[in-house]
Design a protein around this ligand. Sequence first.
Ligand code: ZN
Length: 142
Amino acid sequence: MSAKKLTCLDCGQVNRIPEDRLTAGPKCGTCGAKLLSPKVVEVDLATLQKAARNDDLPLVVDFWAPWCGPCRMMAPEFSKAAQELGPTARLVKLNTEDHPKAGATYNIRGIPTMVGFAGGKERKRQSGAMPAPAIVDWARSV
Ligand code: ZN
């Protein structure tokens, strides 16, 4: 049976989850954190880099900052999209004010910017706030 690699967003451990367990609320073998939460998780640069490199599920990152109005408007839409997508993709947020190196590392020129990773590579990116249905469509095509 094929397994999917998923990086724990809490402790950074790379877990292998059998495909038929993805919908069963899989947890990290090291720290017990949920690997597929319907909630959007805040990540730091190191965790993001690890997950972007290793994960077999599409990873969508919302680069944002607290001072950015459109970012704050998009936040609830991004959360709705995460719930809608369920275990087919992981949606995470990175606060570029708390982690300024991340913006430079990923060449983020404006926020909000969404970047989609799959198979260890960046697949697409888009700047500007989007409503939940558009985020869902966008994430499904990563
Ligand atoms: Zn963990």
